[in-house]
Design a protein around this ligand. Structure first.
Ligand code: SAM
Length: 840
């Protein structure tokens, strides 16, 4: 509805953002990019046929990679060549229609009826089989695969119209360009609109966007879903990508946070927290669904990041295993009993996948189940998880932990192996058997080969202990590139059956170490495993408290960051889908201008403050005639501690409000980087401040509040609406419908809302609207109405309007000349006639 909700009509996105976007694109050139002359070699990833002597092909060969994956058997030896051949080709582009956009059906029809046919003609000429097709496993033809790589889309003239379409709709938020396999994890999460969902490692946010779509899916205009998403990422800059990405969704049901996922605060309210509110709705953060899309080595993205061929080594996966376990364990501790968690990576490596899943099942005892989802999403081609694999360290293959020499026991962990058992565990387990044997053997502890009885029994025991996992890891899923011409992905679905046990692993391990080793392997080397032990040796509640304590003590991310930062992550290469608005850089440049903000204990982060200024709220209500049924109280927040200079007012859903109240009660444990939907913005110009209301309605917030507005709202005929979008500023006397022109002249000066009238709707019709209602914010000046919508949103609205008009064959429009607005896209800022004296 309206211009927003991912359906155009948004404001406030300025030229600055556009410039940053350009710079960002320049700094993140597609790694497949080659000289223009080289398009013919697109699919060999190798030569440019000698056309450019200075050109060096990407190495798409790495012997260590070959050896590693041949040994792991993730594909059969017969398939090896086709697996490798596909891995060496660029990844075809894929994208998803935003299902909650008001134009989702229009876009789907355009793809089915227009592009599928016109592009097919192109590729037939080019000797290809097909151009674009819906992904069969994604609901309602909402996700699409194209047989063109992103470079082909950019360079091929015949594809220009399609490329422009993708760019525009992506920017507006009607589609999201996303790798096909990356769309899979949210589908298995089974999210409902009332769910509280935690996306633990969320940036740049393609999956968060998908989750938001799902919770918003069946929401009525003017209402919000009961659920909400907390999207978290450790990396501040990537958080900004996430914020930009999700802004296109225009949602009041999202909180973006910046924490180490493995220490995500539980916000548990207890008697320690003074000022506890009696009517607190929730007493700790617990989620119905958790998405755990962890940092990984990313070799499933080789097709779009061929520079990874050069960098690949087995050590990267080994180095991440422990962090992945910690993050997954924290996710499970924050999951409600009965809730579902999806663990996923864009890596093919079993050490980052099956080994992690096995370890969390081991740690959780029977409280967590690996769900068999083989009967869900049947059309998705995938392979079962592995039950056995090997570990490689410094080019040496290790079949079990006993092969690990003592110098490497801090980097190669027992949990990386299928048995998941350590030397020490085995000794501990075997100890009891030995005691019994010794008793039955008459107590002789020495053997013929001179080994101590315990040492020998360990080796024998391990020999018996299979190299096959005891867990049903076949329920995991691995998507491999040559099955469906995609990237690779790993997904496991977990369900929490009961509270996590209080694991007594650490004391046991220490006992073992003291007994059998003169020097503990981790002594003087505080590695991740120590952190893991301290994190998981707790019940859910203890974990919450530990995390809280950690957060209080460590406002800055700890050393794990440096280990993770150099990694390539699934969506990182998808530069066209991302626009950074670098808040850190902004912070630096504005540091001299304003005082560093504090959000509770978080330094350098704008505070989140409930906005309760009755005078301002009442003036807004009165000016726009906002119906009393619209829930204002405690739903408005600002990011400024200075109540007198509030520039933007954000709206938060009830679910977000509850979390925010909890967060205040527990001393602001959450470091919030973005929250809520921008609803009102202060007028800054001379004339703006002289209007009866100093706040205008932002384009993002308009769809939500539209059904409740009773003043400063008019219905325009299609012809006048189109006129406004086309010319941006129209004098009252120039409207085709003179009555509309007169009504516009009678509005109070300042912000107003113009709704596209439909069918029998009269100009004074109050409307609750529906999802197809199109509305834009305008400025009523002295002699004209000016559109307050970005040029790109105007372009989108015009195109959609024209399509609808053609479909409806509106006779009143037949004589309107077609409109060329492409040249206006250069400037995405809306501009209000300077003569009107309002801001631009
Ligand atoms: C695979 S990417 C996530 C992709 C994302 N889910 C999406 O679909 O767009 C992994 C993310 O984890 C973040 N990360 C790395 N270490 C982390 C940690 N300890 N806690 C939280 N996030 C972390 C990285 O910054 C990166 O953005």
């Amino acid at each position: 509805m309206g211009g927003g909700g991912g359906g155009g009509g948004r404001g406030g996105k300025g030229g600055r953002a556009r410039t940053q976007r350009k710079h960002f694109r320049q700094s993140r050139e597609n790694v497949w990019k080659r000289p223009k002359s080289d398009l013919s070699s697109e699919n060999n990833g190798g030569s440019n046929d000698g056309k450019n002597p200075s050109w060096t092909p990407f190495a798409t060969q790495n012997d260590a990679f070959d050896e590693y994956y041949k040994e792991q058997g993730i594909v059969s030896s017969q398939e090896w060549d086709s697996f490798m051949a596909v891995l060496r080709t660029p990844l075809p582009a894929a994208f998803r229609i935003n299902s909650s956009s008001q134009f989702s059906t229009d876009i789907r029809l355009q793809l089915e009826n227009d592009f599928m046919k016109s592009l097919h003609a192109e590729v037939i000429e080019g000797g290809e089989v097909e151009a674009i097709r819906p992904l069969p496993w994604y609901p309602e033809n909402l996700a699409w695969h194209s047989n063109f790589s992103r470079m082909q889309l950019r360079k091929n003239q015949a594809l220009e119209r399609f490329h422009e379409f993708l760019k525009l709709e992506n920017e507006i938020g009607n589609i999201t360009r996303q790798e096909a396999v990356s769309m899979v994890p949210p589908l298995f999460l089974d999210v409902h609109s009332d769910h509280f969902v935690l996306d633990m490692c969320a940036a740049p946010g393609s999956k968060t966007f998908q989750l938001l779509e799902i919770i918003h899916r069946s929401t009525e205009p003017g209402s919000l879903p009961d659920g909400m998403i907390v999207a978290n990422d450790l990396d501040v800059q990537r958080c900004n990508l996430l914020i930009h990405q999700t802004k296109r969704m225009c949602t009041a049901n999202l909180i973006v946070t910046n924490h180490e996922a493995q220490h995500f605060p539980g916000c548990r309210l207890n008697k320690l927290h003074s000022g506890m509110e009696l009517d607190q709705h929730i007493s700790q953060l617990q989620f119905d669904r958790v998405l755990c899309d962890v940092p990984c080595s990313g070799d499933g993205t080789l097709r779009k990041a061929p520079d990874l061929w050069r960098k690949w080594n087995a050590g990267t996966g080994n180095g991440l295993h422990s962090l992945q376990v910690q993050i997954a364990m924290r996710g499970l501790s924050l999951l409600k009993v009965g809730g579902r968690m999806v663990y996923s990576t864009c890596s093919m490596n079993p050490v980052e996948n099956e080994a992690v899943v096995a370890e969390i099942l081991r740690r959780c005892g029977g409280s967590v189940e690996l769900v068999d989802v083989s009967n869900e999403i049947l059309q998705l081609v995938r392979r079962p998880g592995l039950k056995k694999w090997k570990v490689q360290d410094k080019a040496i293959w290790l079949s079990s932990y006993k092969d690990v020499d003592k110098f490497h026991r801090s980097t190669v962990l027992p949990s990386m192996f299928p048995s998941g058992r350590s030397f020490l565990d085995l000794v501990d387990d075997k100890h009891d058997i030995d005691v019994q044997n010794n008793v039955s053997n008459g107590g002789n502890g020495n053997s013929e080969d001179g080994l101590q009885a315990t040492e020998k029994s360990v080796i024998e025991y391990d020999g018996l202990d299979g190299k096959v996992s005891e867990f049903p890891l076949e329920h995991c899923m691995r998507i491999v590139p040559h099955d469906e011409n995609s990237g690779a992905f790993f997904i496991a679905v977990l369900q929490k059956l009961s509270s996590l046990p209080a694991i007594q692993e650490k004391p046991k391990r220490l006992r073992g170490i003291n007994k059998h080793l003169s020097k503990p392997p981790s002594q003087g080397n505080k590695d991740e495993n120590d952190v893991a032990a301290s994190t998981v040796d707790c019940t859910d509640e203890e974990v919450s408290e530990a995390a809280v304590a950690n957060d209080i003590n460590n406002n800055e991310p700890n050393g794990v960051v440096s280990e993770v930062n150099p990694l390539v992550t699934c969506e990182e290469q998808d530069e066209e889908a991302k626009v950074p608005c670098n808040a850190e850089a902004e912070l630096k440049t504005t540091a001299g201008k304003r005082k560093l903000q504090m959000q509770g204990k978080w330094r350098g982060v704008d505070p989140v403050v409930f906005f309760k200024d009755e005078v301002v709220i009442n003036s807004i209500k009165a000016f726009y005639g906002i119906d009393e049924s619209f829930p204002f109280n405690d739903h408005l927040v600002t990011r400024s501690s200075d109540a007198n200079h509030v520039k933007r007012i954000y709206y938060v859903s009830k679910s977000v409000k509850d979390v925010l109240e909890l967060n205040f009660s527990v001393g602001q444990q959450l470091k919030i980087t973005s929250i809520g939907l921008k609803m009102f913005e202060r007028q800054t110009s001379r004339e703006g401040s002289s209007t009866p209301c100093s706040f205008r309605i932002s384009s993002e917030g308009l769809p939500l509040i539209l059904p409740y507005i009773t003043k400063q709202i008019l219905y325009a005929s299609p012809i006048d609406f189109k006129h406004l979008l086309q010319d941006k500023s129209v004098r009252f006397a120039d409207f085709v419908d003179a009555e509309f022109g007169q009504k516009a002249a009678n509005l109070l000066p300042g912000c107003c809302v113009i709704v596209l009238a439909k069918g029998s709707k009269t100009l004074s019709d109050p409307s609750k609207g529906n999802e197809s209602t199109i509305a834009i914010g305008c400025w009523k000046g002295r002699a004209s109405l000016c559109v307050m919508v970005t040029a790109i949103d105007c372009q989108e609205l015009l195109e959609r309007l024209l399509t609808r008009m053609e479909t409806e064959k509106s006779p009143s429009l037949e004589d309107i000349p077609s409109i060329a607005v492409a040249d206006k896209v250069q400037n995405s800022n809306y501009k209000i006639d300077v003569a009107e004296g309002t801001e631009s």
